[in-house]
Design a protein around this ligand. Structure first.
Ligand code: SF4
Length: 327
């Protein structure tokens, strides 16, 4: 039986952090067992917010793919490629933009949210408004059956589905509307308790050395009500506790909950346990990173082969799309 196809991308706009690792990459890795996966570095998408600082895109691109490989994405099972190396994405984006009503884009909640959030960037551009159309082109190009998304990204995927249906209605059935593969995203905050983000300077990176990891975890915000060691704490409001849920064995986590509530463990000791667990967890990933960083030729070959495979599919889809539109 043919495997269903999954498609997803990630923007190369900086280093990979633990939010990416547990929220996206480990999920991508597990999906490989069940689906035919296409994963791409979305460098054209990165341009929508980084058009003034394009250097960051090039700097992060290869390292981001090295992180994917280090986490366990397998180029034998998944097609790993770079969006801008498959120029067909730009053509399909253009064709789909002709049939996408402006209202769909203006109503997109992410458009408004991001304009409010990214106050240090001028994103009142045509490219940023049309971002969901480019995303639709990326997905529909490979006739992806599923797209892994968190709940908050569902409206985005709905635009892709609408665009597919509109194309099929206007011309002929070419693009199956993809379904969402809802993923659980762990709620990992940054070291200051806010959302983990490079722009807040509060992220813990996959590439952080043991010393850096230790110092970042030592500084992490815990339960803000717990002023003194003798005060009982509450893991439910502690910024560090969700990390234990990922890295620490369940029996130990159970003890931490009990002891924290009774003030039988202090935050400093609790952090020490976490530091050890995080270092153990990231060790094998960091070893692989080192390997790929010193074998760049191998990495480039993987990306070249993946892009070739992606291009083959993209060419066939574009042929169908042009024929359907009688171009
Ligand atoms: S003991 Fe651990 S779980 Fe409790 S508040 Fe301190 S860091 Fe958080």
């Amino acid at each position: 039986m043919e495997k269903k196809r999954v498609l997803s991308g990630m923007r190369p706009t900086g280093k990979t952090h633990l939010g990416h690792l547990h929220g996206i990459l480990e999920n991508w890795r597990d999906l490989q067992d069940q689906y035919e996966c296409f994963y791409f570095a979305a460098d054209w998408h990165a341009l929508t917010s980084e058009y003034k600082n394009t250097a960051v895109i090039k700097e992060s691109l290869i390292e981001m793919i090295i992180d994917w490989l280090s986490v366990g994405l397998d180029p034998q099972r998944s097609t790993l490629f770079v969006q801008s190396w498959v120029k067909e994405h730009a053509e399909l984006h253009l064709l789909l933009s002709m049939i996408t009503p402006l209202g769909w884009l203006e109503r997109n909640p992410t458009y408004k949210e991001q304009q409010e959030e990214l106050t240090d960037k001028d994103i009142g551009t045509y490219g940023f408004l049309g971002y969901p159309v480019l995303q639709a082109a990326d997905i529909l190009m490979y006739k992806g059956n599923y797209v892994p998304v968190g709940k908050d990204q569902l409206p985005h995927l709905e635009i892709t589905r609408e665009i597919a249906r509109r194309f099929n209605y206007l011309y002929r059935e070419v693009f199956p509307p993809p379904d969402a593969l809802l993923t659980q995203v762990p709620n990992l905050g940054g070291t200051d308790g806010r959302k983990m983000s490079k722009s807040y300077d509060n992220a813990i990176y996959l590439s952080d050395s043991q010393d850096v990891l230790t110092s970042k975890i030592e500084q992490m915000v815990t339960d803000p009500q717990r002023g003194y060691r003798k005060d009982p704490g509450d893991p439910d409001v502690c910024g560090l506790f969700p990390y234990h849920r990922i890295y620490t064995e369940p029996e130990v986590v159970g003890n931490i909950i009990k002891e924290c509530r009774q003030a039988a463990i202090g935050c400093r000791d609790c952090k020490k346990i976490l530091i050890q667990k995080v270092v153990e967890y990231l060790g094998p990933i960091q070893e692989k990173r080192e390997y790929y960083l010193s074998h760049m030729g191998e990495v480039e070959e993987i990306i070249r082969e993946g892009t070739e495979r992606a291009r083959e599919v993209a060419r066939n889809t574009m042929r169908e799309a042009r024929e359907a539109m009688r171009l």
